[in-house]
Design a protein around this ligand. Structure first.
Ligand SMILES: CC(C)(COP(=O)(O)OP(=O)(O)OC[C@H]1O[C@@H](n2cnc3c(N)ncnc32)[C@H](O)[C@@H]1OP(=O)(O)O)[C@@H](O)C(=O)NCCC(=O)NCCS
Length: 310
């Protein structure tokens, strides 16, 4: 195993594998050919979201996602998953054989205790409900939804959820969320990835490690959550390693310098001020992954800009 991944030793378990939930027409032609990386050696479990027998797999995805995003009122309606995720893009993540699930995982994934909200299986006369995890071949543990955009090479990261946020502390699989996104970006040969999250979200700790994080929107009143940050990264696997090593990113320090101004996740005005600077085209502006990792989620973050190039 790559020593970088030693904190994620669960990756060695043959009963935990990456999965790709994609309709056949959207399959990637040459998966993993753009980025040199030896992290993902096992062939993924392939599933077609439009196949009726995969409804139970989709419903476990919904169930995880609803508990992750329900509290912030962003649980994904089923039509959004269908129309905006699996039709144009795909879902990737990790899945486990039922026999590999710990009791705590079984508890939070249990279809009887946590059915997928609004699943037609509950009212349909023609669909058969799967009520036991043991009746599934693979059970999803995480999901990363990625959608191609009209801008060549650029994809949008639409959703990232991992079972870790539902498990008692210390009982999760370290790096599951991070590696789910890493796998999806690697598999689909993504060169540029944009995404949205809310200021102060733990997800910033992950999203900032896939390439230097440019902030292209600091305030988004068009979104249901105005305090949304919109970012873009040029995918760079050398940056990925630092998620595990926590080493200084000298390339970041060489290229970007502090502006002396901060973004405060508790202060909407600081977001609006930052947004106005972006709109006045004073950027590009960046955040430092190392600083995000070292600070508390609600602490102010330094805004960086490109150093003068000679
Ligand atoms: C955010 C989320 C995807 C992270 O996935 P994960 O599998 O828990 O995280 P990973 O194991 O990959 O990464 C671990 C790192 O994230 C940090 N992290 C994860 N959740 C955290 C939290 N709630 N608060 C602070 N840090 C957190 C860990 O401290 C760790 O960093 P470290 O190595 O410096 O200690 C997951 O918690 C989740 O599904 N949350 C709910 C939905 C959500 O917010 N999604 C993101 C929206 S864009």
């Amino acid at each position: 195993m790559n020593p970088l991944l030693s904190k994620a030793s669960w990756m060695e378990n043959d009963d935990i594998r990456p999965y790709v939930f994609v309709r056949p027409e959207n399959q990637i032609a040459h998966p993993g050919s753009a980025h040199r990386l030896n992290w993902f050696n096992k062939s993924p479990v392939m599933k077609d979201p439009l196949d009726i027998p995969e409804l139970a797999f989709a419903d476990r995805i919904y169930s995880l996602e609803a508990r992750a995003f329900g509290p912030s009122n962003m649980a994904m309606p089923r039509w959004v998953f269908y129309d905006c995720a699996v039709m144009p893009g795909f879902v990737a993540g990790f899945a486990a054989r039922p026999s590999a699930l710990t009791p705590a995982m079984r508890e939070v994934l249990d279809p009887k205790k946590f059915p997928a909200i609004n699943s037609p299986v509950q009212s349909s006369k023609v669909l058969k409900e799967v009520t036991s995890l043991d009746d599934m071949d693979w059970v999803p543990l995480s999901l990363f939804i990625i959608i191609p955009t009209m801008h060549k090479g650029e994809w949008v990261a639409h959703n990232l959820t991992s079972i870790n946020s539902l498990l008692p502390e210390g009982q999760g699989l370290y790096g599951l969320g991070f590696l789910s996104k890493a796998f999806g970006l690697w598999y689909a040969n993504v060169e540029q990835c944009s995404g949205m999250t809310q200021w102060g979200s733990p997800a910033l700790r992950l999203h900032s490690n896939f390439g230097h994080m440019e902030i292209i929107g600091a305030y988004a009143p068009v979104h249901s959550h105005a305090t949304t940050v919109t970012y873009r990264v040029q995918v760079n696997t050398q940056v990925w390693e630092k998620f595990f090593t926590k080493e200084e990113d000298y390339a970041f320090l060489e290229n970007y310098g502090p502006t002396g101004r901060f973004i405060d996740p508790k202060d909407e005005q600081s977001m609006l001020d930052f947004q106005k600077r972006i709109e006045r085209e004073e950027g590009p502006f960046y955040l430092s992954a190392r600083e995000i990792a070292q600070k508390k989620l609600d602490e102010k973050l330094m805004i960086y800009s490109l150093k003068q190039q000679y």
